[in-house]
Design a protein around this ligand. Structure first.
Ligand code: GDP
Ligand code: CO
Length: 401
């Protein structure tokens, strides 16, 4: 892969946010050793060997909820072979056991590819028990099982990635129509970790375009409706602290992202549509140096690097209607609005713009969303031990293909 080096960087305390990086070549060729031909200083070449080395320590979590099998299979086709795949499914089990059908299809697929795939249901009682014994009960519902929702599935996937001893974790949705796009995201995750080789690296993808049919021809839109709002508001927050206007944040809503497992185990996940924006907010809260830190904050002063890469494939996923756009905007602005970092001035702006957008008589901030505390509150050793037991007893819902 060939990627331009970032042009800009905003620093707040220990957080470094690098500007968007363009991809110039999807495959950059193999390692040339000492005889590597020289190339421009502004383009970084990342060899296929370097990408392989990162991917063999990487888990890719694929959240699924009642998606079409053809779509799921396409996503698996796109994930590079060295990666460990973890499918976390919350598909229905009755009247038709869709989960079983998914598991059979994936198992069959694995016969052809020999891929490392773990398939687990979000309501698996063995994993829930391990989470409960490890003291992280906030993730569990009244039935003692992991709550429904994509963010909850992501947290479960994070824990399983740790269980399987991975160093990096990436996420790709299961409703992506293009295996080539999925492949590109995972290559870019690896490239990001190669370029920013640190304990706390966060790689976020900004889609180059999203195809839409407009008046019977194709139109390639650049920004989704809700990402415009979250990016602008996050940039305003940064500008407030630095005193300089900035547009550095382009991935406030990036569902396609990857991070070091160390970092994944120490940041908060918000529920629902707020999860991605909250990652930025939580990193700024914890590492930005603007808020007073508790004593346990001492060991978390390492730098955090956020790297943003612009993918080349168009992004096309299953269309589930547009009616949730306002909820999505509300959720992602909510975590900014309710953060202790958010200055009064920005709160007022968020509320006023919201009133205008939704034609409300009074300016009011968005409702608070649920935020899960970070996984440092879970006893990892206890979790791993009981997860091991869940595996070896081969509970029906948990299978390692
Ligand atoms: P959008 O792309 O943000 O509009 O949201 P989607 O509805 O496409 O969901 C994103 C991904 O999360 C898809 O792959 C869904 O199948 C998956 N998903 C949605 N809800 C859940 C859930 O409760 N649990 C899990 N594990 N995955 C979910
Ligand atoms: Co989708």
């Amino acid at each position: 892969m060939r990627i331009e080096i970032p042009r800009e960087c905003e620093r707040l305390g220990a957080v470094q946010i690098y500007g968007l990086q363009k991809v110039y070549e999807l495959a950059g060729g193999r390692d040339f050793g000492n005889a590597e031909p020289s190339h421009s200083d502004v383009i970084r070449r990342i060899s296929s060997e370097a990408i392989y080395e990162r991917q063999k320590d990487m888990a890719i979590v694929v959240p699924v909820k009642n998606e079409r099998l053809k779509l799921i299979e396409g996503v698996l086709v796109g994930i590079p072979h060295p990666c460990q795949i973890i499918v976390v499914s919350n598909s229905s089990r009755a009247p038709v056991d869709r989960f079983k059908i998914e598991k059979d299809a994936i198992q069959n697929f694995c016969k052809f590819t020999n891929k490392r795939v773990m398939v687990v249901h979000q309501k698996d009682p063995g994993v829930a028990k391990a989470i409960e014994l490890a003291g992280y009960t906030e993730l569990l519902g009244e039935d003692g099982l992991v709550r429904s929702g994509k963010a909850e599935g992501m947290i479960m996937g994070t824990l399983l990635a740790k269980f399987l001893d991975n160093k990096y974790i990436g996420f790709v949705d299961s409703d992506n129509y293009f295996p080539g796009a999925v492949h590109e995201y995972v290559q870019e995750y690896a490239a990001g970790f190669e370029m920013f080789d640190s304990k706390n690296t966060f790689v976020r993808i900004s889609w180059h375009s999203k195809p839409k049919v407009m008046e019977s021809s194709l139109f390639f839109a650049k920004w989704g409706r809700s990402s415009v709002h979250s990016n602008r508001t996050l940039n305003r927050l940064l500008s407030y602290f630095s005193g300089y206007e900035t547009e550095v944040v382009k991935t406030g809503n990036a569902g396609e992202h990857a991070l070091t497992l160390d970092l994944a185990l120490s940041i908060e996940y918000a529920a629902g549509y707020a999860v991605e924006t909250h990652h930025y907010i939580n990193l700024l809260e914890m590492y930005g140096g603007m808020l007073p830190q508790s004593d346990e904050g001492n060991e978390i002063r390492d730098n955090v690097t956020i790297c943003q890469i612009e993918s080349r494939n168009p992004h096309l996923h299953e269309s589930k209607g547009d009616e949730h756009v306002e909820d999505m905007i509300d959720a992602s602005l909510s975590v900014i609005y309710h953060s202790p970092l958010c200055p009064e001035l920005l709160k007022r702006e968020i509320a006023e713009e919201r009133a205008q957008r939704m034609s409300l008589a009074e300016a009011e901030g968005p409702a608070k969303v649920k935020v899960y505390s970070n996984l440092r509150n879970l006893n990892l050793d206890t979790f791993l031990e009981h997860c091991d037991a869940a595996f070896s007893s081969k509970t029906e819902a948990l299978s390692l293909v």
